[in-house]
Design a binder for this molecule. Structure first.
Ligand code: ADP
Ligand code: MG
Length: 731
C-alpha cells in the first residue's frame, strides 16, 4: 500500500483520491463488528454531511457512544481531511494515549504511523501520522511553532464540557485561527478572480462565472488537477515559499447537554445530538453522612459482591494513593472470600498507570469472576469501560483547578458537581439495568453545584493571564473568552504580573515570566521559588510553599486549646509563621511521619500528607526546568524570608509608632491574626500571604522582615515604598 504524504508535516497536500478505508491498513483492522454496533455508527452520514457543510460543528453524545474513537475515523475513511491532519484534543494524558492505541488497532496501523499521539515527554507520531490524539497543552505548544496550525485540516475538541483553563484558552485561539485562515482563503480567492478577469479580458471573452459559493464560501483553486473550493495557495510572508491555506474545521465534542453555549461561541456552529443507548439506573444514597468514604467504598463493594447479581463494579476515587490503598484492602480480603463465592479481579485505573495495566480494565473478567475497577474521574466521561453494572460514587474528585491558597493546580479533593454525579451514575447503565450507590446523603447531593464552574473563573487570574501570555496571546483584554473575566480584574492581573517582572513595559512575557509559566503556581509563589535559586534555598522554599497550600496544619480541639498551644510552641520560630511551618515539617520528617506523633502534637496528619503531595509535584517541575530542588541554605534562614519578599513585596506592612501596622501598598491599618505566631508582637516590618477581613483587617501567614528588603525586591513597582506610575499594558 502507498504511504500518505506526510500531512502533519507542513507542505503540499496530496490530490484527492477516492475513498478507500483499507488503503492504509498495514496490519489487520480490528473490532469492526464492535464499531458497527456503537450508537454513533447510525449517525455517520449525518455527521459527515454536517462537517462538510459547516466550519464548526458541536456533537453531543452519551459517554461511550463512540465520539472520540469513531468520528475521526469517519473523517479519515471519507477522505475529508484532504489538506492536512486531524487533531483530537484531550484534557488528560492517559485518555490521549489509551484512545490513540485503541484507534490505531481499529484502523489497522502500528501506533505512531497513520494514527498516533503526542503528550508531554511522549511522542508517538511521525510524518505519516494523519490522525493524532494530543493533550490540550500539547496543541497549545504546537500553536507556538505553527501559529495558524497549517498542518491540521480538522481539530476535534473533546471533553469540551470540562472547561479547564487550557481548553478555554484553546477555544479562543482556535476560533481566531479559524477566522484568520478563512480570511486568507477569501483574499486569495479575490486575487485569483481578479487575475482571471484580467486574463479573460485580455483574451477578449467575458468575465468568468463566479466560483460556486459553497457553504464554507472559501477560495476556489486548482489543486493537483482537481478543483478545490475550500483551499487556496498563498505565499507565506516569512520565507516566500508557497504555502497552502485551507479552512480549519472545528468539531466540539461533549458528553453533556450544554451544546448551545458552545455553538453560540463558535459562530453558531451546527449542533448534532447523537442518541445513546442508556438503560435505567437505580440510585441509592447513604442515609447517614460517611466519615471515611474509602472505608465506605470498601464495605459497599464487598457487600455488592456477595449479595448482588453479576456485573462489574466501578468505584470513583480521587487519585493514585487512594486507589492503591483500596486495592490493597480488597486484595487482602480476597483471600478471605468463601470458597464457593465468585472471585474478584481488582483493576486500578489512573493517569500514571503503565499501558499494559490499562489494557486490563478493558478485558472481560475471567469466568466466575467479578471485576472491581478503581478509577479516578477519567472513567467519568473520557474512557468508557465495558461490563459495568454497579457504580460506587464517593462524591469527590481531585479538581483540576487552582487551590485558592497558593494557586497550585489539581491537588485538592473537592465535591463533584451534580452533572458529574449524573455522569457517574450513567456508567452503570450502558449494557443493562444498573445500580449506583452514592456514598453520601441525598441532602449532600442536593447541596452540590449544578455544574462545575469554568476554571478560568475559579483560578487565580494572574496565573491564567500568565498562561495566556505563554500561549502566545498578546492582547489578553481583547481575547475572545467564552466566559470573560471582569476587565478590572484582568487589568489588575496584568499589573501584578508586571510588578513581578513577568511582563515587560510593553506587556510582553519576559524570560522570567516564561519560566514562571512552567509552574502550576500563583505567580507570586512562582517568583518566590525563582528567587530561591539565586539565594540558594530551594529546598526550604518548596517545603514552605507546600505547607502553605494546606488550610490548617495544626488542630486545636475546643476543649484542649491549651495542650494544643503548648504543643505548637515547640515548633515556633521567633521570625514568624513561615519558618514555624518549616520547623514543623523537619520535626515530622525526623519521626518519619509517625501518625501517633501527629496526634500527640496536635498536628493535622492529613494536611501534612497533602502538603507532601504538593511538594513532590513542585520538586518534579523544578527538576524538569533544570533547577535543583536539593539546594538548601542550612541555618541561614534569613534568605528564605528574603525570597518571600521577592514575591510578596506588595503584601508587606511597616510598624507604626503606636504599635499597629500599615500596609506598604494602600496604606491600610492591618492587624496580625490571632492564629499567627507573631500575634501581639512588634517587628520593624512584616510580610503576609493573606489578607482577611472579619471584623477588622487581619493578615495571616505572617513573618518578620527587614524594611529595607522591600524596595530592593520590587524594581518594577516600588521606589522607596511608593508605587511607580502605571505602565501601558493593554497591547
Ligand atoms: P465516547 O467518546 O462517545 O465516550 P468512545 O469513542 O471513547 O466513546 O468509546 C467507544 C467505545 O470504544 C466504547 O464502547 C469503549 O468501551 C470502547 N473503547 C475505547 N477505548 C478502548 C480500549 N482501549 N479498549 C477497548 N475498548 C475501548
Ligand atoms: Mg470520548
Amino acid at each position: 500500500s502507498t504511504a500518505p504524504a506526510g500531512p502533519l508535516a507542513n507542505g503540499k497536500p496530496t490530490p484527492a483520491t477516492p475513498s478507500d478505508p483499507d488503503k492504509y491498513a498495514t496490519v489487520p483492522r480490528q473490532h469492526e463488528a464492535e464499531r458497527k454496533r456503537l450508537p454513533i455508527y447510525g449517525a455517520r452520514q449525518a455527521i459527515l454531511d454536517a462537517i462538510q457543510r459547516n466550519a464548526s460543528v458541536v456533537i453531543v453524545g452519551e459517554t461511550g457512544s463512540g465520539k472520540t474513537t469513531q468520528i475521526p475515523q469517519f473523517i479519515l475513511e471519507a477522505d475529508l481531511a484532504k489538506y492536512g491532519g486531524i487533531a483530537v484534543t484531550q484534557p488528560r494524558r492517559v485518555a490521549a494515549t489509551s484512545l490513540a492505541r485503541r484507534v490505531a488497532e481499529e484502523v489497522g496501523t502500528p501506533l505512531g504511523k497513520r494514527v498516533g499521539y503526542t503528550v508531554r515527554f511522549d511522542d508517538k507520531s511521525s510524518p505519516s501520522t494523519k490522525l493524532k490524539y494530543l493533550t490540550d497543552g500539547m496543541l497549545m505548544r504546537e500553536i507556538l511553532s505553527d501559529p495558524l496550525l497549517h498542518r491540521y485540516n480538522y481539530i476535534l475538541l473533546d471533553e469540551a464540557h470540562e472547561r479547564t483553563l487550557r481548553t478555554d484558552i484553546l477555544f479562543g485561539m482556535l476560533k481566531e485561527i479559524q477566522q484568520t485562515r478563512r480570511q486568507m482563503c477569501k483574499d486569495r480567492k479575490a486575487q485569483w478572480y481578479r487575475r482571471r478577469v484580467t486574463d479573460e479580458a485580455r483574451r477578449g471573452s467575458g468575465p468568468p462565472a463566479e466560483a460556486n459559493g459553497t457553504d464554507s464560501d472559501l477560495g476556489e483553486h486548482v489543486v493537483g488537477g482537481a478543483v478545490s473550493t475550500d483551499a487556496a495557495e498563498t505565499i507565506s510572508a516569512s520565507n516566500g515559499q508557497p504555502r497552502f491555506v485551507h479552512e480549519l474545521k472545528i468539531i466540539i465534542m461533549s458528553a453533556t447537554l450544554d451544546a448551545e453555549r458552545f455553538a453560540a461561541y463558535f459562530d453558531h456552529a451546527k449542533i448534532l445530538y447523537v442518541a445513546g443507548r442508556q438503560f435505567p439506573v437505580r440510585v441509592y444514597n447513604s442515609l447517614e453522612p460517611q466519615t471515611d468514604y474509602l472505608d465506605a467504598a470498601f464495605v459497599a463493594s464487598l457487600q455488592i459482591h456477595t449479595e448482588q447479581g453479576p456485573g462489574d463494579i466501578l468505584i470513583f476515587l480521587t487519585g493514585q494513593e487512594e486507589i492503591e490503598t483500596l486495592e490493597k484492602l480488597l486484595t487482602d480480603h480476597r483471600a478471605l472470600l468463601p470458597r464457593d463465592a465468585a472471585d474478584i479481579l481488582i483493576c486500578p485505573l489512573f493517569a500514571a498507570l503503565p499501558p499494559a495495566q490499562q489494557a486490563k480494565v478493558f478485558n472481560p473478567a475471567p469466568p466466575n469472576t467479578r471485576k472491581i475497577i478503581l478509577a479516578t474521574n477519567i472513567a467519568e466521561t473520557s474512557i468508557t469501560l465495558p461490563g459495568i453494572r454497579y457504580v460506587l460514587d464517593t462524591g469527590v474528585h481531585k479538581a483540576r483547578g487552582y487551590n485558592s491558597k497558593v494557586g497550585i493546580e489539581s491537588l485538592l479533593v473537592e465535591p463533584i458537581s451534580k452533572s458529574s454525579a449524573r455522569q457517574r451514575t450513567g456508567r452503570a447503565g450502558r449494557e443493562a439495568l444498573g445500580f449506583c450507590y452514592r456514598l453520601y446523603t441525598e441532602d449532600s447531593f442536593m447541596a452540590l453545584e449544578e455544574d462545575s464552574v469554568p476554571e478560568i473563573l475559579r483560578c487565580n487570574l494572574a496565573a491564567a493571564v500568565l498562561q495566556l501570555k505563554a500561549a502566545g496571546v498578546r492582547d489578553v483584554l481583547r481575547f475572545d473568552y467564552m466566559d470573560r473575566p471582569p476587565k478590572l480584574a484582568l487589568l489588575r492581573a496584568l499589573e501584578q504580573l508586571y510588578s513581578l517582572a513577568a511582563l515587560d513595559d510593553t506587556g510582553a512575557l519576559t524570560k522570567l515570566g516564561t519560566w514562571m509559566a512552567e509552574f502550576p503556581l500563583d505567580p507570586c509563589y512562582a517568583k518566590v521559588l525563582y528567587e530561591s535559586r539565586a539565594l540558594q534555598c530551594t529546598t526550604e522554599i518548596i517545603d514552605i510553599i507546600s505547607l502553605l497550600s494546606v488550610d490548617n496544619l495544626f488542630v486545636a480541639p475546643f476543649h484542649k486549646r491549651e495542650e494544643a498551644n503548648e504543643a505548637r510552641n515547640k515548633f515556633i520560630s521567633p521570625d514568624g509563621d513561615h519558618l514555624t511551618y518549616l520547623n514543623l515539617l523537619r520535626a515530622y520528617q525526623a519521626v518519619k511521619g509517625d501518625i501517633r506523633w501527629c496526634h500527640e502534637n496536635y498536628v493535622n496528619a492529613r494536611g501534612i500528607q497533602h502538603a507532601l503531595e504538593v511538594r513532590k509535584q513542585l520538586r518534579q517541575v523544578c527538576t524538569r526546568v533544570g533547577m535543583d530542588p536539593n539546594v538548601s541554605c542550612g541555618v541561614d534562614l534569613d534568605r528564605v524570608l528574603q525570597c518571600f519578599v521577592a514575591g510578596f513585596f506588595h503584601q508587606t506592612a511597616l510598624l507604626q509608632p503606636d504599635g499597629t501596622y500599615k500596609s506598604v501598598i494602600g496604606s491600610q491599618f492591618v492587624r496580625i491574626h490571632p492564629a499567627s505566631t507573631l500575634f501581639n508582637s512588634r517587628r520593624e516590618a512584616i510580610l503576609f500571604n493573606e489578607l482577611v477581613f472579619t471584623t477588622k483587617l487581619y493578615v495571616r501567614g505572617v513573618s518578620a522582615i527587614q524594611a529595607n528588603w522591600i524596595p530592593e525586591a520590587s524594581p518594577n513597582y516600588l521606589k522607596r515604598g511608593q508605587p511607580k506610575s502605571k505602565p501601558a499594558l493593554s497591547s
